[in-house]
Design a protein around this ligand. Structure first.
Ligand code: ADP
Ligand SMILES: Nc1ccn([C@@H]2O[C@H](COP(=O)(O)O)[C@@H](O)[C@H]2O)c(=O)n1
Length: 212
């Protein structure tokens, strides 16, 4: 392994970060090979809350940088850049904690796509990123997508989504996520299906994989 390139994708919740990263991965992996790329989700690094009862876990502010174990994510990115495999935690949004004894073994690759809401708030992480992308999707669109996703995939009801949005998601977006846009090298509008943006990043990744 010569050099690992880390591409960070940041933006509001439900702005299309995962879709953007997954689309690039799915469209390139066959062409470039299994050791070319991997995806890391910041959400996997939400802190373990096994020591708290469920009624306490629901009260956590999940839209604050402190909700994440960024030290562990930093360590994992360093290990990957040294050619070592890492054990990425698996997160359970229904139980609000990590899945006990479950990990995903992530092998080193030439390009790592790391996606999450708070990545640019951590200076140690920022030092490791080579290309910073910000998904600039209007908040009303993000909210509509979040409502649908959280009901269908994360076991939430409308009332809990409403309360969490007012209490933490929206204010923390303005406090932490939107200002972190200043760290971006590339700002992507129209979300995870912006075809021209997808093709530009894919072309860059092809170039990086061939160089290494
Ligand atoms: N451009 C788009 N058009 C329609 N649905 C989208 C689009 N981008 C994302 N979605 C959907 O919105 C939801 C949130 O997108 P996701 O990529 O998971 O956001 P994030 O990772 O930023 O939280 C998902 O269900 C996804 O399929
Ligand atoms: N137990 C949890 C953990 C996180 N969240 C919400 O997830 C959002 C970040 O993930 P995205 O895929 O949407 O970027 C964040 O806004 C948290 O509010 C949660 O609801 N419960």
């Amino acid at each position: 392994m010569n050099h690992l390139t880390i591409i960070a994708v940041v933006g509001a919740s439900a702005s299309g970060k995962s879709l953007f990263a997954k689309t690039i991965y799915n469209e390139l992996i066959g062409e470039l090979g299994q050791d070319s790329m991997t995806i890391i989700n910041e959400d996997a690094y939400y802190r373990c809350q096994d020591h708290l009862p469920l009624e306490e876990r629901v009260k956590t502010n999940y839209d604050h940088p402190d909700a994440f174990e960024h030290d562990l994510l930093t360590e994992h990115l360093s290990k990957l850049s040294q050619g070592q495999e890492v054990a990425m935690p698996v997160y359970d949004y229904k139980a609000h904690t990590r899945c006990k004894d479950e990990v995903i073994r992530v092998k080193p690759a030439k390009v790592v796509l790391v996606e999450g809401i708070m990545l640019f708030t951590c200076a140690e992480l920022r030092k490791r990123f080579d290309i910073n992308i910000y998904m600039d999707t209007p908040l009303d669109i993000c909210l509509l997508r979040r409502i649908k996703r959280d009901i269908e995939e994360r076991g939430r009801d409308l009332s809990s989504i409403h309360d969490q949005y007012y209490l933490t998601v929206r204010p923390m977006y303005f406090q932490y996520i939107e200002p972190s846009r200043n760290h971006a090298d590339i700002v992507i509008t129209r979300g995870g299906r912006n075809r021209r943006a997808l093709e530009l990043i894919k072309a860059k990744i092809r170039e990086l994989v061939k160089e290494n």
